[in-house]
Structures are given as C-alpha cells and as structure tokens.
Design a protein around this ligand. Structure first.
Ligand SMILES: O=C(CO)[C@H](O)[C@H](O)COP(=O)(O)O
Length: 223
C-alpha cells in the first residue's frame, strides 16, 4: 500500500520539476521531496532533451544529481539562478519557514537567495499556523561555547545535534557544528532570523523569513 505522505511529496516534487523550462539553471535543495523533483527532471532530460544545469545544496544532492543524470554547475559560473526547488520542515501562512532537518540550510539559503523564484515543495503536514520548531543553526566549531551562551541570552534552548550511527556532533558538509535551538512559538520570524545571524560564529540559520515575495509553495496532493 502506498504511503499518502510519500505520495504527496512525489506529487509536489513532480509539479515543481514541471515548472522548469529548457535552458534554465536550477537550484537543487536537499531532502526526500526535492529528490522526487530531481528524479522527474532526470526523466525530462532524457525524454524531452531538456537542457538544464543544477546547483546542488549538499553532497547528497550532488550524488543524486549524478544518479539522475542532471548536469551540475556552480554559483561561480552561474551566480543568478532561474529558480530553486527545496523542501521545508514548517511553513506558515505568510510563506515563512523553518528548514535544516538535513543540516543543509546554510547552502540552501545561499542558493534560494540566488534564485529568481523559490519553489518550496511540501506535504500538508508541514503547514503550521505559526513557526515553533527548533531552529537549526550552523556554527563555527571554534565559537560553539560563546554561540550557546548568546542563544541562551536570546531566550533559546540550544542543543548540539549529534550523529546517528556516529558518536559526537554532526559535522555539516561545510565542516561545522549544528545546534538545534528551541524558542517556543516564534512571534517575529524575520527578527529572530536576523538576531541569530548577528551572533559572531553563527554561519546561518534555518529560518527563511526574508524571501517570501519570490516564494511559491506547492503542497502535494492539493491543487
Ligand atoms: O531543510 C531541509 C534539509 O536541510 C529539507 O529540505 C527539509 O528538511 C525537508 O525535507 P523532506 O523533504 O525530506 O521532508
């Protein structure tokens, strides 16, 4: 029997991939929903002779792109992208979101920022009335202790993200630590995004509250 959440993710991914036009340069996010979009892009490359390039946001996405036959490029060669496709962990009615379950949010935000349009693919379970998930924060290992103290001063409860099947901290694709910091209900997502980023040693955080105008949310299974 098919899983309705998986089918919703597949539907969202396919619909996002079908927004891609010949000649586009596309940001490729990270996560199970984006991988459905990438699988579909690979099929379109073969069946329609679609010519596109992708910019991957993680090592895992780069490996999937190879598997699906999506040619890759870099932000150095293509600093402006036509669109970026990515998943999210929570999305509110104003299209503000929390990302970073996969610890790829730093590169995901860089790639989303570079794109003319940000296409977010989710299942309905990701929709929330207000953001309240712990915020993933990528941190320079040298600054870990002082960043923890600053996050506590902001009212957060920072927890080091530890590995699964690996002892000790998760090391991001960029060689840094990841802190998950709960703030309860986030009343001002844009303000909190800015306040966290202002802490020396923070490299990026998973609140995406400043690109809502160019964001399109596709909820799988819903037209
Ligand atoms: O932010 C992310 C990775 O850092 C993912 O896009 C987010 O966690 C959604 O993943 P999935 O599509 O597997 O539910």
């Amino acid at each position: 029997m098919s899983d309705p959440v998986v089918e919703a993710k597949r539907d969202a991914g396919i619909r996002a991939a079908d927004m891609v036009k010949d000649g586009m340069v596309v940001g490729l996010g990270t996560g199970s929903t984006v991988f459905f979009a990438m699988e579909r892009l690979g099929e379109r490359i073969r069946s329609e002779n679609l010519h596109i390039f992708g910019v991957p946001t993680s090592n895992q996405t780069a490996m999937r792109a190879e598997e699906y036959g999506i040619p890759l490029t870099t932000l150095t060669l293509h600093p402006k992208l036509d669109l970026a496709i990515d998943g999210a962990d929570q999305v509110d009615p104003k299209k503000r979101m929390i990302k970073g379950r996969g610890a790829a949010h730093l590169r995901e935000k860089v790639v989303a920022d570079a794109a003319n349009q940000f296409v977010v693919v989710i299942d309905a379970g990701k929709e929330v009335a207000g953001l309240d998930a712990a915020v993933p924060i990528e941190v320079l290992p040298f600054a870990y202790g002082s960043v923890v103290r600053r996050l506590q001063e902001l009212g957060g409860e920072p927890v080091m993200r530890n590995g699964v099947k690996k002892d000790g901290p998760v090391i991001s694709d960029n060689g840094n630590y990841v802190i998950d910091c709960a703030f309860g209900a986030v009343a001002d997502p844009a303000g909190l995004e800015t306040a966290i980023n202002a802490i020396p040693g923070v490299l990026g955080n998973g609140i995406f509250a400043r690109m809502t105008e160019k964001t399109v949310v596709i909820v799988g299974g819903r037209k």
